[in-house]
Write a new protein. Structure first.
Ligand code: PLP
Length: 388
């Protein structure tokens, strides 16, 4: 069978298509903030959806066994991790699932540890649920962020710490943790009785022939102490369907999260989401491979161009399509930097301080767009910084 070749160069006009990304900034600003891609979803996903939508009846859905099998199969196929479909459960989104786990395994006043800079919904969910977020700050060594294990252990040793939210690949630093780093984190968590919530939503997108290692695949003990979260949304550009999964090999942990989900009536799958997830995970490995190759060349191109712009230092992206830019060399406050990018550069990025108080002077840039769009944005950054 001939492999489909996806056209990632195709520029799709997303305005008027219910896009959050394209609704925040004025029309003359290139939006490169929220983490969805500007690429069309794979053709098998589109065709499966069109076929089902033509039925004209969209009633309540039963629990989909096919969804569990497809998600388990993807873990085995892409990462070599054996998952029993019975360990998989539907959730409407990774963050909704993480919140359910936070409620299942901690009480108001307890601590949750994350690595910082951290994806803003982690701090929001701690705030909204009366938990304290403890930031284990990643330490920048040259262009790479590294884990401060001493600080990590001090934070998880606190008697009020109950959970560690591992984000790997890490948003926004772009780190893909090594086997050694994951084992060290996992052993410390076991020693201090800390449950690991592993957000692996960016797992498919790792560069330079790296392999993503599911945290729970590292040992039986880790698997028993962990809930893993996945969503095909980042890879296949289907976040609008609100369909993700969690994987829990420990039936006690699984049941505890399940109960919170049931209590919130957050059960009942989305017809489109289930179809998209199944078509993507069953038929679209080709798309994931081509996407990673395209993004890697976007990364190389962006790094090369940004490397020549004085005052802006991109971090080396090992995974994800979210580039973390150190703009402190431009000597602006965060507020001035944010305004400069929207008003003068005309490129809409995420503000650094939303990822942590230590991130003043940083920005996050989403490079999951056709090369023509990326080129236009980099031209604008170059010209505006030169004019300073
Ligand atoms: C690390 C991480 N986790 C979770 C999400 C959101 O997942 P969901 O839409 O499934 O809640 C994102 C989206 O950018 C993300 O980067």
């Amino acid at each position: 069978m001939l492999e489909i070749v996806h056209d990632f160069d195709e520029v799709v006009d997303r305005r008027g298509s219910d896009s959050k990304k394209y609704s925040l900034y004025p029309e003359d600003v290139i939006p490169m903030w929220i983490a969805d891609t500007d690429f069309k979803s794979p053709q098998p996903v589109v065709e499966a959806l069109v076929k089902r939508m033509q039925a004209g009846i969209y009633g309540y859905t039963p629990t989909s066994e096919r969804l569990k099998i497809a998600a388990a199969r993807w873990q085995k196929l892409r990462f070599g991790w054996d998952v029993d479909p019975a360990a998989v459960e539907y959730i409407p989104g990774v963050i909704a699932g993480v919140i359910s786990a936070v409620r299942a395994f901690s009480q108001p006043g307890d601590n949750i540890v994350v690595q910082s800079p951290c994806y803003p919904p982690f701090s929001d969910l701690a705030d909204h649920n009366g938990r304290h977020l403890l930031r284990n700050r990643l330490v920048r060594k040259n262009d790479r962020f590294e884990i401060d294990f001493e600080d990590f252990e001090a934070k998880i040793a606190d008697s009020r710490t109950k959970l560690f939210i591992l984000c790997n690949p890490q948003n926004p630093s772009g780190r893909v943790y090594t086997r050694e780093e994951l084992i060290r984190l996992g052993e410390l968590c076991l020693r201090h009785h800390i449950i690991v919530l592993a957000d692996e939503i960016h797992a498919d997108i790792v560069f330079d022939k790296r392999k993503h290692i599911p945290f729970a695949s590292l040992s039986t003990e880790f698997a028993q102490n962990c809930i893993s979260f996945m969503n095909p949304s980042k890879t296949f550009n289907v976040p609008g369907f609100r369909t993700a999964v969690f994987i829990a090999k420990n039936p006690i942990l699984k049941e505890a999260v399940h109960q919170i989900i049931v209590d919130n009536k957050a059960i009942g799958e989305n017809i489109c989401g289930t179809i998209a997830l199944c078509a993507a995970y069953e038929e679209c490995g080709y798309y994931a491979d081509q996407l990673v190759a395209y993004l890697q060349s976007n990364r190389d191109y962006a790094e090369e161009r940004l490397g020549k712009i004085k005052g802006v230092i991109p971090s080396r992206l090992e995974g994800t399509y979210l580039m973390w830019l150190d703009c402190r060399g431009l000597e602006m406050s965060q507020k001035e930097l944010d305004r400069f990018f929207v008003d003068r550069v005309k490129v809409g990025l995420n503000s650094g301080t939303t990822f942590g108080p230590e991130c003043e002077g940083f920005l996050r840039m989403n490079i999951a767009c056709p090369r023509a769009t990326l080129t236009k944005a980099l031209d604008r950054i170059e010209a505006a910084v030169m004019s300073l």
